[in-house]
Write a protein that binds this ligand. Structure first.
Ligand code: UDP
Ligand code: MG
Length: 316
């Protein structure tokens, strides 16, 4: 199905300090897309790089195939992707990392599946051997919570490497939230979807910015953006503790009435106070997560700010 040239394709590439690889990446990507359709565009979104990434990309901006959106600072990959998706106008949009971890061979396969009628085609990582035990278990736990509490199936081992039909792109664009937890958003919109396995490649150069703390924080904002289960857990915990303390109260009344009251144990009091205090602080934290989510949404700030656009014909 490579002969069909009647469709257009946008490829969104978020970059953050990718100086060591970006030129090589664009050189490699261009012929691949050309093979698929001559009607393609590559939208490089610079996410506030501090190195020479922008200058390197500028050299490739020919006003036709390669375009650059320069964000005003580092907004994070998910927001950079949003900026690229907003700017893309083709029939299908592909999201791909600039570090060669997403194999270019998959592009043709993605497009073939899209032409067969799938509206979203995503890559599923086959091996995660390079990741630590803690990261793997953490990820597993996270997907289970997401699945059981939201009912939407966020596929594990699927990332941003995907192709989306125009219908899906418009659906994404219609979602106004500032908290762009993309994995959840992709799953939430639905549509005819298929996951295809691919082998993650090693990063060519530079380094990944995802430490455990950043991942944990992403997981928390993902969960609070998609489910109120933690609030229910807090509620349930409160109910349970009140019931236990009520039983204990009856027990003490009973004991005092019928057996007399020996010296009451103050350790019980201390343990009860600290325990309840801990639970209360935890509950406040959970509430706080939701309130900060609301706070960030009600401010209605733009999702990102663009410093400069290169290679786009239309003026915004
Ligand atoms: N990236 C970005 N903004 C960031 C961090 C990363 O646009 O704040 C880009 C990065 O240049 C790369 C892609 O997102 O093209 C994936 O990043 P990375 O390789 O660091 O993540 P990982 O592969 O470990 O998920
Ligand atoms: Mg990477």
């Amino acid at each position: 199905m490579t002969d069909n040239t009647s469709f257009s394709l946008s490829c969104v590439v978020p970059v953050f300090n990718e100086g060591p690889v970006i030129a090589e990446f664009l050189e490699a990507l261009q012929p691949r897309l050309q093979e698929i359709t001559p009607n393609y565009e590559i939208i490089v979104v610079d996410d506030g790089s501090q190195d020479n990434t922008v200058q390197l990309v500028e050299n490739y901006c020919d006003g036709q195939h390669i375009k650059l959106i320069e964000l005003s600072r580092n907004f994070g990959k998910e927001t950079a992707l949003t900026a690229g998706i907003d700017a893309a106008e083709s029939d299908a949009v592909i999201l791909i990392d600039a570090d060669f971890q997403h194999p270019l061979d998959m592009l043709q396969v993605f497009v073939d599946h899209w032409r067969q009628g799938y509206q979203m085609v995503y890559g599923v990582r086959q091996s995660r051997h390079s990741e630590s035990y803690l990261k793997k278990k953490g990820a597993q736990f996270f997907y289970q919570i997401m699945h059981h509490s939201t009912g939407i199936n966020v596929p594990a081992h699927a990332g941003d490497f995907r192709l989306m039909d125009r219908v899906v792109v418009e659906a994404l664009k219609s979602m106004p939230e500032r908290n762009r937890f993309m994995k959840g958003i992709y799953a939430w919109v639905g549509y005819k979807t298929i996951g295809l396995p691919f082998e993650v490649q090693d990063r060519k150069a530079g380094e990944s910015g995802w430490g455990f703390a950043k991942l944990a924080s992403l997981a928390i904002s993902g969960i609070t953006a998609f489910t109120t289960l933690p609030l229910r857990i807090v509620g349930g915990l409160g109910l349970l503790i009140s019931m236990v303390s009520m039983l204990y109260a009856f027990f003490i009344i009973f004991k005092t009435l019928f057996l007399g009251a020996p010296l009451p144990g103050w350790p019980t009091v201390v343990v009860a106070i600290t325990f309840i205090g801990g639970i209360q602080l935890l509950s406040l934290w959970v509430l706080g997560e939701y309130i900060s989510g609301i706070f960030n949404e009600v401010k209605q700030r733009p999702k990102y700010l663009i410093q400069r656009q290169l290679g786009f014909n239309k003026k915004q």
